[in-house]
Ligand binder design. Sequence first.
Ligand code: MSP
Length: 512
Amino acid sequence: MSGGTPYYLTTPIYYVNDSPHIGHAYTTVACDALARFMRLDGRRVMFLTGTDEHGQKVDKSARAAGLDPQSFCDKVSENFREMGRLMNISNDDFIRTTEPRHIRASQAIWEELERAGEIYLGRFAGWYSVRDEAFYEESEIKDGKAPSGAEVEWVEEENYFFRLSAWQDRLIAHYERHPEFIAPRARRNEVMSFVKGGLKDLSISRTSFAWGVPVPGDPKHVMYVWLDALTNYITAVGYPDRESADFRAFWPADLHMVGKDIIRFHCVYWPAFLMAAKIDPPKRVFAHGWWTVEGQKMSKSLGNFIPPQQLVAEYGVDAVRYFMLRELPFGNDGDFSHRAVVSRINGDLANDFGNLAQRVLSMVQRYCEGRVPAPGPLEPADDALFAAARGLLAKLRAEFAEQAFHRALELIWHVVAEANRYVDEQAPWALRKSDPARLATVLYVLAETIRHLAILAQPVVPAAAARLLDQLAQAPERRDFAALAAHPLAPDTLLPKPEGIFPRYLEAATTA
Ligand code: MSP
């Protein structure tokens, strides 16, 4: 982490009972692109991910695996770190809810809520879904199932309750004062109408199992796993020490990225807990959509959970990252199909961007002895391409600020297309004999445009962009957004021999 205005963003922490799959990889990749963008833009970024290890669901999975819950968590939490390495994720911290720092923070927030008079002891009788780790109202149960389709069980036990019902008006006031708090807009409407429908007090402890954070002063209760889990976001920045440098710099978080299924926890319970504990709520929660795979819901019984290893082995990490962020408007649901991935790889990546870089850099090798040529006077077409490349950063900032990754990529690829058109129109190969001075200008304009594209593509395709910047002989300290305007390509720089950055995907030959 360097200087600059702090920027704090988080993924949900993943339940360790599942193996990592596309859904987890998706949230994490989206956050990673944003974290990289902000770092390149000079922000001091704190990017947090981790694992959610307490609660009944994990307890049951551990038993099923014949392990005590702690050993089970130690083992399976590693799968999520491994997923991070595979997907080229640049997180600054990885939190596990079984760590002492987190147990301390969870108990501290409990005590603050208790001191504030927000907690009382009562008796819970109602529906609980272990899969969702959620309580449901009678009115929400349809055909004996939760709205998510999960099984529910009837639970009656002594529980502590949080006075959520008292927070309805203050939550609505918060949503109204901060329209950017919940995105996209459809999700905001959904949360508003849920809260306007009235809130019941929320059970925040359990007594029928022991795998959780003990309730301070009453250890036969463990804290409700969502109160424990949500608290991870403040644990990682030093809570309960509110005066710590990290807490002061990074809280309130700039963004919690979540899937649409867990919006109620993040946009209703979490801000209520925080306000009740006199802590500022996060600035924004963005709920993205869900992927189906080849048109089908992912499920264990269909056996279509694609592990990230398989994706990366098949397509390469950059291609998967690009596909996930380009294929659908961020926020919408979408389908992950082999055909769609291959079409993005061979179209956008190989044909459009890869080919542009390859043809321009090969011409620099062939016609200019591998040295960046010195440009002469610029013509209107040169100015137009430069203007498009140089205008990108401001536009991308606006799109990344709204988590519109698909639009950001569309803008970058629009300049890729303009650069390809410019190559065809200027036909540098024909200038070689007729006008070598013009050839030098055209190749310079193209190489400098490619430098912009490579720097700006780093958040989404970091490895390929790095290879391209190597081929442009750019030093590591000249790859951030400040370098775009500050360090144009220097004529006479010797460039290494170009190599393709985005390989085509070739279907394995099938025999009829
Ligand atoms: N442990 C909770 C989060 C606690 S955060 C304080 C949890 N974990 S989870 O592992 O079940 O889910 C994590 C994320 O994966 C969720 O944001 C969920 O939306 C996302 N996805 C799970 N399946 C998905 C798809 N098929 N597609 C896209 N994202 C999906 O919930």
